[in-house]
Design a protein around this ligand. Structure first.
Ligand SMILES: N[C@@H](CCC(=O)N[C@@H](CS)C(=O)NCC(=O)O)C(=O)O
Length: 205
C-alpha cells in the first residue's frame, strides 16, 4: 500500500486541471499518465469504462470524474487548511448551482471542441449553435454572481472559482470563447492566474 496516485489525463484538459490544482494545494504527489498518447489512452480505457479524464488509481481503487476524485481527496486531506472553500447552510445550494452551471459551460465547450476537430462547422448545426449560446448564457449568469473575482465575500477559492478559472483559461487557449474581450472574465483570469497552484499547472502555449 503506497497510497501513491496515478492520474490519467492530459495537461490541456480543464477537468484534469481541477485535480492537478487540488493536489498541488494539499501537497498530494501523483504520477501522471498522459492520455494524449496512444499507450496512455489505452491504459486509461482499460480501467475506466467512460473513457474520459480525469481518472485516478490509488492502491487498486479506480475513480473517475473530477467531482468524485476531489471528494475523495478532500476526505483524505480533512483538516488541511489548503482545502477548497466549502459552503455551509443556505449557501450550499447556491454553490451547487454555481458548480452545475460552470460544468454545463465547459461540457458544451468540450463538445464544440471535439466536433470542430472533426471538421464540423458549428454555425451550421442547430444543436451546436445552442451549445455556443449556452456557454454565453452561463457565463453571463456567472458574471452576475461574481464580486471582486470571487463568488463569496471571504475571497477564498472554492470549487466554482476553480472550475471557472480552468474553463476560461482553456476556452481562451482553444479559441472557444472570446474571454479576453470580456472585462469581467479577463479580470477574473488576471486576478487568479498568479495563484501558485494555477502557476504550477500551466496550459501549453
Ligand atoms: N464529468 C467529467 C467530465 C470529464 C470530461 O469530459 N473529460 C474530457 C477531457 S477535457 C474527456 O475526457 N473527453 C473525452 C471524450 O469526450 O471522448 C468530470 O468532471 O471529470
Amino acid at each position: 500500500m503506497s497510497g501513491r496516485i496515478t492520474l490519467y489525463g492530459s495537461i490541456t484538459s480543464p477537468f484534469v486541471r481541477r485535480v492537478r490544482f487540488f493536489c498541488n494545494e494539499v501537497g498530494e504527489k501523483y504520477e501522471m499518465v498522459d492520455t494524449a498518447t496512444d499507450s496512455g489512452q489505452a491504459e486509461m480505457r482499460s480501467k475506466n469504462p467512460i473513457w474520459k479524464v480525469p481518472c485516478v488509481e490509488i492502491d487498486g481503487l479506480v475513480l473517475w470524474d473530477s467531482h468524485t476524485i476531489l471528494e475523495y481527496l478532500t476526505e483524505k486531506h480533512a483538516g488541511n487548511p489548503k482545502l477548497l472553500r466549502r459552503a455551509t447552510g443556505a449557501e450550499v445550494w447556491r454553490e451547487k448551482n454555481l458548480v452545475t452551471a460552470a460544468d454545463g459551460c465547459v461540457e458544451s465547450a468540450v463538445n464544440l471542441f471535439y466536433l470542430r476537430k472533426d471538421g464540423v462547422d458549428d454555425t451550421k448545426v442547430a444543436y451546436l449553435v445552442k451549445q455556443n449560446a449556452r456557454i454565453a448564457s452561463v457565463l453571463a449568469w456567472l458574471k452576475t454572481q461574481l464580486k471582486d473575482n470571487y463568488f463569496t465575500s471571504d475571497k477564498k477559492i472554492g470549487l466554482p472559482e476553480l472550475i471557472l478559472f480552468c474553463n476560461l483559461d482553456w476556452m481562451r487557449l482553444r479559441n472557444l470563447y472570446p474571454v479576453s474581450e470580456d472585462a469581467t472574465l479577463k479580470a477574473f483570469l488576471d486576478h487568479h492566474k498568479t495563484h501558485p497552484s494555477f502557476v504550477a499547472t500551466p496550459l501549453p502555449g
